[in-house]
Design a protein around this ligand. Structure first.
Ligand SMILES: Cc1cc2nc3c(=O)[nH]c(=O)nc-3n(C[C@H](O)[C@H](O)[C@H](O)COP(=O)(O)O)c2cc1C
Length: 171
């Protein structure tokens, strides 16, 4: 797909077919995450690829019962290794949420390019997700996304016009 077409086609998908994702396709998508930039190239991330139906069911409960998450054949949980991330961004804060967001967006755009759907999931109970996936105490859950073939074609959501979000030279 042409690059800007990928950007325009990506929409949050909340209905999935159960069709499995071929392994080479999944690998290409995950590799797009691996290639993402990160502060000092630390790559403070792990991506937990959940395929087990029982574990997915538990994740649905940990994500405010958003049932569509469990419909997808795969759920990816993006976690940050906070301890190793660069912690002087802007002089005072940690880069890990930015690093992880970039990498997961790479994954989501690569998924779109492969004809697959995703939906950024921020409504999760971190404690529960950590318990279900055996995530260590000092590792942060950043987001989850279902990954599967879309069973809906949502209309694009409105966005603010460029005139509202761009300024020149000064804020
Ligand atoms: C940080 C963040 C958290 C989100 N959490 C959820 C969520 O828990 N459940 C959900 O259905 N969508 C969630 N979304 C998706 C947004 O609702 C969606 O991206 C937005 O409405 C724009 O729609 P689009 O993705 O189709 O362009 C989240 C998106 C972001 C960036």
């Amino acid at each position: 797909m042409e690059f800007y077409e990928v950007i325009k086609s990506r929409k949050s998908i909340r209905k999935y077919k159960s069709d499995p994702i071929p392994e080479p396709v999944l690998e290409r998508i995950l590799d797009a995450g691996r290639l993402a930039p990160s502060a000092k190239n630390i790559q403070p991330w792990k991506f937990i690829v959940v395929k087990d139906a029982q574990i997915k069911k538990q994740l649905v409960a940990a994500c405010r019962n958003q049932e569509f998450i469990g419909q997808a054949p795969v759920v990816i949980c993006a976690v940050a290794l906070e301890k190793i991330a660069w912690c002087r961004m802007g002089g005072y804060w940690s880069s890990y949420p930015v690093d992880l967001a970039i990498a997961l967006e790479h994954i989501m755009l690569a998924a779109t390019n492969e004809g697959l759907g995703t939906c950024w999931i921020g409504a999760y109970e971190e404690k529960e997700v950590k318990r279900i996936l055996n995530i260590p105490e000092d590792v942060k859950v950043i987001a989850l996304t279902p990954l599967g073939y879309p069973d809906q074609t949502p209309e694009p959501k409105p966005r603010k016009p460029l005139s509202e979000i761009i300024s020149t030279d000064k804020f």
